[in-house]
Design a protein around this ligand. Structure first.
Ligand code: UN1
Length: 512
């Protein structure tokens, strides 16, 4: 961590306007006076944007419906070619797109490049998938009949995403939706809209280059919570996905549910790692540190709770504090920095008040101070915090979107798993151990109750090949790989009678 320079920067160090002209995407399309977009790096105003009003959303939905009616008739492998064309553009502009991500949400250069890589990866997955939208053939009860299921395109896919992964989360849904034959309307977070404008501009270029792809197939609308509510309530949108807070997710689920639409929700996480007395401690230290401080603790998968065996807890926490003391906090466009800024002032206030509450609940706090305030009075840099807690108190049960790691001790593995499962959220979890009984127990039905359960890996940094999402207050939705595509299509069960008689199912007689 203390090497002189870990990376050479590949970022174009240019202003927003220059980066957008480099990728041939007109920022002007979203010009307006409704929203000043400020850089989380130094608080500087980057540009002014116009928001989508109700009429604008209505038009977007009408256009998306027209696009869908065309797109659903295009063979799926042909649809895959659109994603292929888009992926080539993303590959070509990887560094510029990563620079936009960093300006937009403040994540470090290596993590921003990683996020764009995640977009490329899901494109590759979707392209392969476009030839693998398999339905089953099912044994029928009746002679000379055939029963099968067919997967058809569903309609408009509406997507509400959070600020922290301004590119990847959209691509996990949108790339799958596109090969499944759906059209897409994306409402990115108003805190990081630039990445969405850049990516949708490249998608428009890909659409223009593919004869079979209709215009307005993948659109972006800009706005806040009210626009999200309109999108969730509109009956023309059969599938809505939402990533963000549990409060927002409850609202979206209620609106979509009230009209019997489908929603897939990826909401709060309060992810824990258990560090066993049988862990490889060198590996555990690195796994824990990246998961807890990466993206300045602003991933849904960030590590927030550390459950350490009592026999090694003091030593482990002391070592972790040594690592924390060496972390470089600063501008995310400096390639030697580990921890960039929080997204905004509110995020800093929430961190400060969580630390205060933790102290009041008996915690002892290491780190957590605001830094670089003199240099960047309008940006919010913090030292990541480690808080030793006497118990899993109220504050530990909440997700605070900031780099705070609460530490608790355990004696038996059952106690550790009970603590791990003892919160309302159920996104990601991990155990560090070299004991295979302990590891398998953690992964078993009696172990972690999360959508993601890892062994000897931190809680963050999931690959796109697996299904991503979690249980309980995390919302139950899944995105990205595995068979999540099924949520983006409608299933028809087809029974065909090729005999000249009409046998009824279940042996029912009906003679006329
Ligand atoms: C999120 O924070 O919403 O597993 C997504 C990870 C990343 C994605 C996080 N691949 O940490």
């Amino acid at each position: 961590a203390t090497k002189a320079s870990r990376n050479n920067s590949v970022f174009p160090r240019e202003d927003v306007q220059t980066i957008f002209s480099r990728i041939n995407v007109p920022l002007e399309r979203f010009k307006g006076t409704d929203l000043g977009k400020h850089s989380p790096i130094d608080g500087e105003k980057l540009c002014e944007l116009g928001l989508t009003d109700e009429a604008g959303l209505n038009r977007a939905i009408d256009d998306a419906q027209q696009a869908f009616l065309r797109w659903r008739t295009v063979p799926a492998p042909e649809r895959g070619k659109l994603v292929y064309t888009f992926a080539e553009l993303v590959r070509r502009h990887k560094a510029a797109l990563a620079a936009v991500v960093t300006l937009d949400c403040g994540k470090t250069e290596t993590e921003a490049l990683g996020e764009i890589q995640e977009v490329i990866d899901i494109c590759d997955f979707a392209i392969g998938l476009s030839r693998q939208l398999y339905g089953l053939t099912i044994a029928t009860e009746r002679p000379e009949h055939r029963m099968a299921e067919t997967w058809h395109p569903l309609g408009i896919f509406g997507q509400i995403t959070a600020f922290n992964f301004p590119a990847a989360v959209w691509s996990w849904g949108a790339m799958i939706a596109l090969v499944c034959g759906d059209s897409v309307i994306w409402k990115p977070s108003e805190k990081s809209p630039l990445t969405a404008i850049a990516l949708s501009g490249l998608m428009d270029q890909a659409i223009a280059a593919c004869d079979s792809a209709p215009a307005k197939l993948a659109q972006v609308v800009l706005g806040g919570a009210e626009l999200g509510r309109q999108l969730a309530s509109d009956t023309r949108i059969p599938l809505v996905s939402a990533t963000g807070s549990t409060t927002m997710g409850r609202d979206v689920a209620a609106r979509v549910g009230a009209r019997l639409g489908r929603s897939t929700l990826e909401l709060g996480g309060n992810n824990a790692a258990i560090v066993s007395d049988k862990a490889d401690l060198d590996l555990a230290i690195r796994g824990v540190a990246f998961a807890a401080v990466g993206t300045a603790g602003q991933r849904c998968t960030s590590l927030r709770r550390l459950i350490v065996h009592e026999s090694i807890a003091d030593e482990f926490v002391a070592r972790l504090k040594t690592v924390y003391a060496q972390l470089r906090v600063g501008r995310p466009d400096d390639p030697d920095v580990h921890v960039g800024p929080l997204i905004d002032e509110r995020a800093h206030q929430q961190m400060a008040s969580a630390l205060q509450q933790a102290s009041a609940e008996g915690g002892s706090v290491f780190g957590g101070e605001r830094v670089l305030e003199d240099q960047y009075p309008d940006a919010f840099y913090v030292n990541p915090a480690i808080v030793s807690m006497p118990a899993q108190s109220d504050i530990v049960e909440q997700e605070t979107f900031a780099p705070i790691l609460y530490v608790m001790k355990y004696a038996t593995i059952d106690e550790a798993i009970a603590l791990q499962n003892g919160v309302s959220q159920g996104l990601s979890s991990a155990i560090f151990t070299t004991d295979m009984r302990e590891a398998e127990y953690f992964l078993s039905a009696s172990g972690s109750d999360c959508g993601i359960a890892n062994v000897n890996i931190g809680t963050s940094g999931a690959e796109i090949g697996g299904a991503f999402g979690g249980e309980k207050a995390t919302g139950g939705g899944r995105a990205a790989g595995s068979d999540t595509w099924k949520a983006f299509m409608r299933r028809a069960t087809n029974t065909v009678n090729y005999s000249s008689s009409l046998p009824l199912a279940q042996g029912v007689e009906f003679d006329v």
